[in-house]
Design a protein. Structure first.
Length: 122
C-alpha cells in the first residue's frame, strides 16, 4: 500500500493554521523570519496495514536568543496535541518525539519531530 506521508503533511499543515507563524513547504524568496518549514519526513511499514510516519517541523528565527524559537515550538506542540483525523487511515498514536534548537550564525533553527502510528483504512 502507498504511504500516507502527504495526507499526514496536509493534516499537520491544517492543524498549524491556528498559530501565529506562517508555515511553508516551499519558502518564497525574501520571506521574513520567523517562519516554519516542513523538514525531514520518513515512513516505515509496521506490517500489512500499519505505518509509522515521522514529520520534522523546522522553525527559523532571527530573534535575539532562543526565546522566539522556543515560543513557536510551544505553539506547534499545543496545535498538535489532538490526534489528526486522516481520511484514508486512523491515527493509533501521535506524539512529540524530539525537540531541539540549533544556533546558526545570526539565526536559530528549532526542530520538533512528531511521530504518528497509523492504521490504514482498507
Amino acid at each position: 500500500m502507498a504511504t500516507r506521508l502527504y495526507e499526514v503533511q496536509t493534516k499537520v499543515y491544517e492543524a498549524l493554521t491556528s498559530i501565529s507563524t506562517k508555515v511553508y513547504d516551499y519558502v518564497p524568496e525574501g520571506t521574513q523570519s520567523p517562519y516554519i518549514t516542513f523538514g525531514q519526513m520518513t515512513s516505515s511499514s509496521e506490517g500489512l496495514s500499519d505505518e509509522r510516519v515521522s514529520v520534522a517541523l523546522e522553525v527559523w528565527s532571527e530573534g535575539k536568543g532562543r526565546k522566539e524559537c522556543i515560543s513557536i515550538l510551544n505553539e506547534i506542540e499545543r496545535a498538535l496535541q489532538a490526534d489528526l483525523e486522516l481520511v484514508t487511515a486512523s491515527v493509533i498514536q501521535q506524539k512529540i518525539a524530539q525537540t531541539e534548537i540549533i544556533p546558526h550564525q545570526g539565526l536559530y533553527q528549532g526542530i520538533v519531530t512528531i511521530e504518528f502510528q497509523i492504521d490504514w483504512n482498507e
